[in-house]
Ligand binder design. Structure first.
Ligand code: PEP
Length: 253
């Protein structure tokens, strides 16, 4: 059975006390959830990772992700963070290819392919983000853009490695804008992504891959999105910063 996941990307938000209180409240709210295949993933800023890992210890369905990593093993890269630093403090996942990294930091599919390789080499689970801009959607390029990002970033992997990935479909026009893709719009792309994975790796791998939707997910729209056949949960920005809101999203898994 594939995993149903609520991942909260805190981005560059929260002071330390706010972060501890958010993590604590969400972990407590998730305690009563008995769905065996449900997972919560926190993606805090780097300075908070070790402490949030400690807070999540003891609940094997609560995991911690970095928001990025550097593709080199180690060395003279001031300000960067390596895969082994992350695993050495108990981080298990890493978000790669978020549209903000693509847009503001110029991250290309080929750079992301090398980051995915580095993450996998260290046993980290990449949460690989893909998604089209508004302009691309309006000019009819949605499926082509998603195909290109998926294939150039991840289809160099063999099936064993690809099956470790989580994919996040995040239409750029829906991120932080309050505009959510309709369940039908999201399902169309999720179904397409799963069909591409099936073509490349077969139905078993496609059926096991969790594909998350991201883009203004809220407690109020989560259930409608998550009940689509190819949507396995959400990668959530804004609403993951408020414990009650994120708990509502988790409940919809
Ligand atoms: C995100 O940053 O991945 C995201 C989906 O943000 P928001 O939920 O705020 O749209």
């Amino acid at each position: 059975m594939r995993k149903k996941i609520a991942a909260g990307n805190w981005k560059m938000n929260l002071t330390a006390p706010e972060a501890w209180s958010l993590a604590e409240n969400v972990i407590n709210a998730f305690k009563g959830n008995t769905k065996a295949n449900a997972q919560v993933i926190f993606a805090p800023p780097y300075p908070y990772l070790a402490k949030v890992v400690e807070m999540a210890a003891g609940n094997d369905r609560v995991l911690v992700s970095a928001q990025n990593l550097h593709q080199a093993e180690n060395g003279a890269y001031t300000g960067e963070i390596s895969a082994s630093m992350l695993t050495s403090i108990g981080v298990t996942h890493v978000i790669l290819g978020h549209s903000e990294r693509r847009q503001y930091f110029g991250e290309s599919n080929s750079l992301l392919a090398s980051k995915i390789d580095k993450a996998l080499a260290h046993g980290l689970v990449p949460i690989y983000c893909i998604g089209e801009t508004l302009e691309e959607r309006e000019s009819g390029q949605t499926l082509d853009v998603n195909r290109k990002q998926l294939s150039e970033g991840a289809f160099h992997l063999d099936a064993a490695n690809f099956s470790k990935l989580i994919i996040a479909y995040e239409p750029v026009w829906a991120i932080g804008t309050g505009k959510t893709a309709s369940p039908a719009q999201a399902q169309e792309v999720h179904g397409f992504i799963r069909s591409l994975i099936a073509e490349q790796y077969g139905l078993d791998v496609a059926g096991q891959t969790s594909i998350l939707y991201g883009g203004s997910v809220k407690a109020a729209n989560a259930a409608e999105l998550f009940t689509q056949p190819d949507i396995d949960g959400g990668l959530v920005g804004g609403a993951s910063l408020i414990a009650a809101d994120f708990a509502g999203i988790i409940a919809a898994l």
